[in-house]
Design a protein around this ligand. Structure first.
Ligand code: HPA
Length: 307
């Protein structure tokens, strides 16, 4: 389905069929049938699903849900996990493995799960990603609560709300000045403090690129100059659709690598630095994510318990 041939009525029907399928699969566990929170796990952050209580829990592979695409990226499993979190047993649906625009999916396809979550009754989206640090203060392993974004593909016309508006979800002209809710960010920092977690957490601006290449040096300088603190290939489409659907949003980046913006040497007289120094790699992304995931899991468990 390309965004040009997108038919809102047909799309709504697909969403309703998917919702009915999930309602059928959750019929035996009524306490899970109306999730309040949707969690999207970023690269290497699938361990967040471990904070769900062991029982009751229902796992649904994406390929069992009509209309739902499957994730093709290593480190992204591709299943929805329904369960309860915290002492207050908050019902959640957790997306382990997300769908990206760079995989060739349209924005309607990549954001299908968010509108589906809305149909199931979700009120809050908690979204995570692995991102490259562009702010020179950031080092791998740092966290960044997203306070704002730059939708670079969107500014050039590749926008998840392009095409006919889905009036049954939200307005034609969706404001985004309040996309990342202050009270949810505050709650996250309160819980981090209460838990005594010392990992550095910044607040910053996420710069969305289409991918799949990591940035060139000149692109890193461009992103830094325009106000981006971290760069990544996801999250913004889901946040936009969540806000359009009336969901509250808490978004977190894990800095897995540093974007290299330094110009390569131009003189042939001096010994050149190796050009692969600091080069981003998917293996590095997954390794850093693994280590930081435990802190993220703890803070989320206590944050979501209050939602
Ligand atoms: N750039 C874009 N996306 C990413 C990066 C990066 O450096 N690291 C993890 N995801």
């Amino acid at each position: 389905m390309s965004s040009l041939s997108f038919d809102p009525q047909e799309y709504t029907k697909q969403l309703e069929v998917a919702a009915e399928t999930l309602n059928g699969l959750l019929a035996d566990t009524p306490e899970l049938a109306k999730p309040r929170v949707m969690i999207i796990c970023g690269s290497g952050l699938g361990g967040i699903a471990d904070i769900l209580a062991a029982e009751p829990k229902v796992e649904v592979p994406y390929n069992k849900i009509p209309g739902f695409k499957t994730s093709t990226v290593p480190g992204h499993a591709g299943k929805l996990v329904f369960g309860l979190i915290g002492s207050k047993k908050v019902p959640v649906m957790c997306m382990v493995g997300r769908l990206h625009f760079y995989e060739g999916y349209s924005f309607q396809e990549t954001t299908f799960p968010v509108r589906l979550a809305k149909l199931l009754g979700v009120e809050v989206l908690v979204v995570t990603n692995a991102a490259g640090g562009v702010n020179p203060d950031y080092v791998p392993g740092d966290l960044m609560i997203i306070t704002d974004h730059i939708n670079f593909p969107g500014m050039a016309g590749y926008h998840p709300l392009r095409g006919p508006n889905m009036d049954n979800f939200g307005p034609r002209f969706q404001p985004l000045s309040d996309a990342y809710e202050h009270s949810l960010r505050k709650l996250f920092f309160e819980k981090k403090k209460e838990l005594g977690i010392t990992r550095k957490v910044y607040e910053g601006t996420y710069f969305f690129v289409a991918g799949p290449t990591f940035e060139s040096r000149a692109e890193v300088r461009f992103i830094r100059a325009t106000g981006g603190d971290a760069v990544g290939m996801s999250t913004v489409p889901e946040v936009i659709i969540a806000r359009h659907s009336g969901l509250r949003v808490l978004a977190l980046s894990l800095i897995t690598n540093a974007g290299v913006g330094e110009k390569p040497p131009t003189s042939f007289d001096e010994e050149p630095k190796p050009l692969d120094e600091g080069m981003a790699s998917h293996a590095e992304v997954l390794e850093t994510a693994n280590e930081a995931s435990k802190d993220v899991q703890k803070i989320f468990e206590y944050t979501i318990n209050e939602l």
